[in-house]
Design a protein. Sequence first.
Length: 279
Amino acid sequence: MDYKSLVTSFRSSKLDSDHLDAAIDLATRKEAHLRVLVTGIEQVLPDTFYGGASTAVLQSTINEALDAARAAEDEVTPILERSGIAFDVASVVAQIGALGSIVSRYVALSDLVILPKPYGGNRTTEDVALTEAALFSTRTPVLVLPRGQTTIPDAKSVVVAWDMSAEALTAIRAALSVLKTASKVNILIIDPPENGAQQSDPGLPLAELLTRHGCAVEVTVLSKTLPRVSDVIQRHVSDTGADMVVMGAYGHSRFREAILGGTTRNMLEQAEVPVLMAH
């Protein structure tokens, strides 16, 4: 897939200038359209509606969210105009719990979502909620960038975390254009099953698939010698000098929504290189 329709988020330059610059950089190089979601989150607890809160209080939170979205739009529009790319700005005003259905309207028909790492620094629950909404409300791949990254150069060495799941395969298919131009694609398998069709040569079918697409592929099989799977992935990324990770995104059910699962969350907390995920 070539990325021609991109989506990113923006609240303010103080929070979001790095990944906005990176999204503009990719849109420029790919001659792509960039949609920027400006968000205003209503800071209302679910039980507020049943706790006797006045209409004035509830309306105040809505107004604050609307004002935040308008301020973000006013700030980001001149930046996008100066960049010379094709763009549009969409306002997303909602309670955190309703983000999924609203974000999906703007994300579902795009090729790639570009977001900052949602943990650490000055990131908040809003960043986590937006990442969850983008990942689990649609099948659109999400590229999560580490803090300070302002460009998205072509990856030279990519680690593919392969657990033979549908989610991982979705991410791999979404990343094919990246994998085909990389100098090295390392398929990483951690503690493969002892029984199964691929037990004698785990990773071979995927390696054959990617080789047919012209990828320079190698397979690495590792034991889980560290407490978490994400720790093993991160150490391998560091040892090999990889500049991107491709992996499936997993979640747990929270009523009808999804929240980030353990390995997915840990990777997003720890990652020092871009991580392309899909669910």
